[in-house]
Design a protein around this ligand. Structure first.
Ligand code: ADP
Ligand code: SF4
Length: 688
């Protein structure tokens, strides 16, 4: 297959100062929880992006000095010459596929707590660390600023010697010191670096000039710039200082990479922002510079990309998440294989890797983060290692992924689900407010399965023990998922709550199956991810009076890791949901629930027509246990083994279910005996 001529424009080269990108696909910097601690893991992951057709592949944030130490977060470092070799690994992996390697040089200024280095943080002005760390920054003197410019210059030279083609001056998000200089909130200086916009922009301008002088002969100099802080008058705004800064510096760098600040606004989830949502900010920059402009916006549709290029919004399609969900996105467009694109669902599970200081993971792409340590490639999977036939029961994320990966390996697979529609939980959840993109988990896999002649699909096929015995596959994989509990068992309560068996007490599954809600609703959220907040939103749209009670200090607490917590709490407050935090459920009476304060003797009684328990899920492993109890009967019928995967083993994220299905499929017929660990670790060389 070849590409549709409509998309030719996406494959035009773009000059970035002294270097040329072979097409318009630009993997902008994104965190990955690898950085200085896992350089081989990072290098192979980035190299695969280059192989997938991204013309430019960038690192994550790379701190240039020990006064910019963001520990415990794991980013890259270029503190001295010792760090160069790590970076060369990534550069070589990217160059091997003809792509350009970019590095995002960063100093986090006042935002760096320096827990590891114990260096006193520095800032444009003195002041406390905004992250609630008990540290404060001292103000940089003019001499310090001169020295810091030298440190940036040295970092650029080190980047060049590592082989990078593009060197960034990072001034987007308040994490970056040049952005802090520009901000009236963080800069109250009275010298030539404070006061007027021209003064506040001086540091950024000097850094761009310095980088050009230092490495501009061979490297393109990019600026990552925030156009708006999305906080109105309190912050930088697109049509005021945002655009004035760009106008002032328009032709200085070789490329503008534009976004909005802070990271939660920039990487907004699909629950809060649609594809292409940053257009207004990106196009404003394009109007005042002749230099190439990169913009992001969770682009997965080539038509949307072409439309933005043709309308003059941008010159290069920037992507972090779409390149994580599908490292081969450009290649698939180039080869005319649009139906094979694994579209990002905008869930930000990838971000949670960085926040938990572990390698990145992705809901849609189970190989993300596993490229080096397990040797997994997103597009290549080894052929079948045995001649087993496989029956998979349950076509949720786990069963669908298992069938897809096994099918691609060439196994004979049968996938059966009790329901008429495949997809399991993602189909149910995609009907909830803001979660429609969840369907893509199902749609991508179903699209792939329809191309595989060796996989048979059986919807509307509830499987029992005797069906399994009659079917007689060599391998039986049970992927029957999990169900929400309504008995109150969650993080606070470990045994069922008396009274919870009454019919006015509901679970999220009841709501998703269409149970009609009454007027006064109490939601008890002891799950802490997105479901409690989503159900509250849904109930408000039906016009119910809604109170959301949680033992945590804020609602949907775990969504801090997906950058959504603030947006969720804001939305619920705007919708008029009554939020009661730090209350633990004590008992359930007749249309009434009792709560106790987490820290005092206070109690709270809330009458309600419906009480919705969003507390935890329980594996639906009845069929699996039945099979295991009568395994000898199945063996007599020709079944060699019965396994279970996904939520049926233990309820988790959709990403975990997809990964579980993929892992099982990769391992079938492979001999892993003798391996003490399931993957390779990056060990520190103590001989050095
Ligand atoms: P996971 O997240 O682990 O993939 P889900 O809960 O999303 O799990 O999906 C489980 C799927 O299993 C659902 O679509 C459900 O209809 C199906 N299922 C459960 N029990 C049976 C059964 N006995 N026979 C066929 N399908 C089943
Ligand atoms: Fe997209 Fe979710 Fe994957 Fe991140 S984890 S790349 S948001 S699908």
């Amino acid at each position: 297959m070849s590409r549709d001529p409509r998309y030719d424009i996406l494959f035009e080269p773009v000059r970035i100062g002294p270097v040329v990108a072979q097409n318009r696909f630009f993997q902008v910097p994104h965190c990955c929880g690898m950085g200085h601690a896992r350089p081989q893991t990072a290098a192979v992951m980035r190299g695969i992006k280059a192989e997938g057709g991204w013309a430019v592949v960038a690192t994550e944030e790379c701190d240039i000095h020990h006064s910019s130490d963001v520990s415990p977060y794991i980013e890259h470092r270029l503190w001295n010459d010792d760090d160069i070799a790590q970076h060369a690994l990534m550069v070589d992996a990217v160059h091997a596929h003809g792509a350009l390697a970019a590095i995002e040089l960063a100093h986090s200024g006042r935002m760096a707590p320096n827990h590891f280095t114990r260096t006193v943080p520095v800032g444009a002005s003195a002041g406390p660390n905004p992250g609630y760390d008990p540290v404060a920054a001292r103000e940089l003197t003019r001499r310090d600023i001169r020295e810091l410019r030298g440190i940036y210059r040295k970092a650029a030279i080190r980047a060049k010697s590592a082989g990078f083609d593009i060197v960034y001056v990072y001034a987007a998000h308040m994490l970056a010191l040049p952005a802090q200089f520009l901000s009236k909130r963080y800069n109250q200086r009275t010298d030539e670096y404070g006061g007027s916009l021209e003064n506040r922009a001086r540091f950024l301008k000097e850094l761009i000039i310095d980088a050009k002088e230092a490495v501009g002969d061979r490297c393109g100099i990019a600026v990552r710039w925030m156009m708006d802080e999305m906080m109105g008058d309190a912050g930088l705004q697109c049509n005021e200082e945002g655009i004035e800064v760009v106008s002032m510096l328009a032709e200085l760098p070789d490329l503008w990479d534009v976004n909005v600040s802070d990271w939660d606004n920039d990487s907004a989830t699909s629950r809060f922002q649609p594809e292409g949502f940053q257009e207004r900010y990106v196009s404003a920059v394009k109007q005042v510079t002749t230099k190439p402009v990169v913009g992001v916006g969770r682009f997965t549709s080539p038509d949307a990309m072409v439309a933005q290029l043709k309308r003059g919004v941008l010159d290069m399609i920037g992507a972090a998440r779409p390149s994580i969900a599908d490292p081969f996105l450009p290649r698939k467009i180039e080869q005319g294989r649009l139906e094979d694109i694994r579209e990002c669902i905008g869930c930000n599970i990838c971000v949670s890797g960085d926040y938990t200081m572990t390698p990145i993971r992705c809901t849609q792409n189970p190989t993300m983060g596993e490229e080096w340590r397990r040797g997994w490639h997103p597009e290549i999977i080894p052929p079948a290692g045995s001649r087993d036939t496989v029956l998979i029961i349950g076509a949720g994320p786990a069963g669908l992924e298992c069938a897809t990966a096994l099918g691609k390996r060439g196994y004979e697979v049968t996938l059966a689900d009790a329901r008429e529609e495949f997809g399991g939980r993602v189909i149910d959840e995609s009907g909830l407010p803001g979660l429609s993109a969840w369907r893509r988990v199902r749609d991508y896999r179903l699209g792939q399965l329809h191309q595989l002649a060796n996989v048979e699909l059986y919807p509307s096929s509830e499987m029992s023990f005797s069906n399994i015995a009659d079917f007689g596959a060599d391998q039986v994989v049970i992927a029957t998922g999990a169900r929400w509990r309504s008995d109150g068992v969650g993080r606070e309560h470990h045994v069922a709550m008396p009274g919870a068996e009454q019919s006015f007490v509901l679970s999220p599954d009841d709501i998703m199956s269409g149970v009609k809600l009454a007027d006064t609703i109490v939601i008890y959220d002891d799950d802490h991810f997105y479901m409690g907040g989503v159900i509250a939103e849904l109930a408000r749209t039906y016009g119910a009076n809604v109170t959301l009670v949680t033992p945590a200090a804020d609602v949907s607490h775990w969504t801090h890791y997906t950058l959504e917590q603030r947006a969720i709490q804001e939305r619920l407050a705007e919708l008029g949901v009554d939020l009661r935090v730090q209350w633990s459920m004590q008992s359930v009476g007749d249309h009434v629930a009792e709560f106790a304060c987490m820290y005092s003797d206070r109690v709270m009684t809330l009458p309600c027509d419906n009480l919705i328990m969003v507390t935890s899920r329980r594996s639906d492993d009845r069929l699996y246990r039945h099979c295991m109890a009568k395994l000898s009967e199945l063996k007599d019928a020709g079944v060699a083994a019965v396994s279970h995967i996904g939520d049926c083993v233990a309820p988790g994220t959709i990403a975990a279910a997809v990964y579980s299905g993929h892992l099982w499929a990769r391992q079938l017929g492979e001999d892993s005996h003798g391996a003490e660990l399931p993957f390779t670790r990056e060990l520190i060389d103590i001989t050095a």
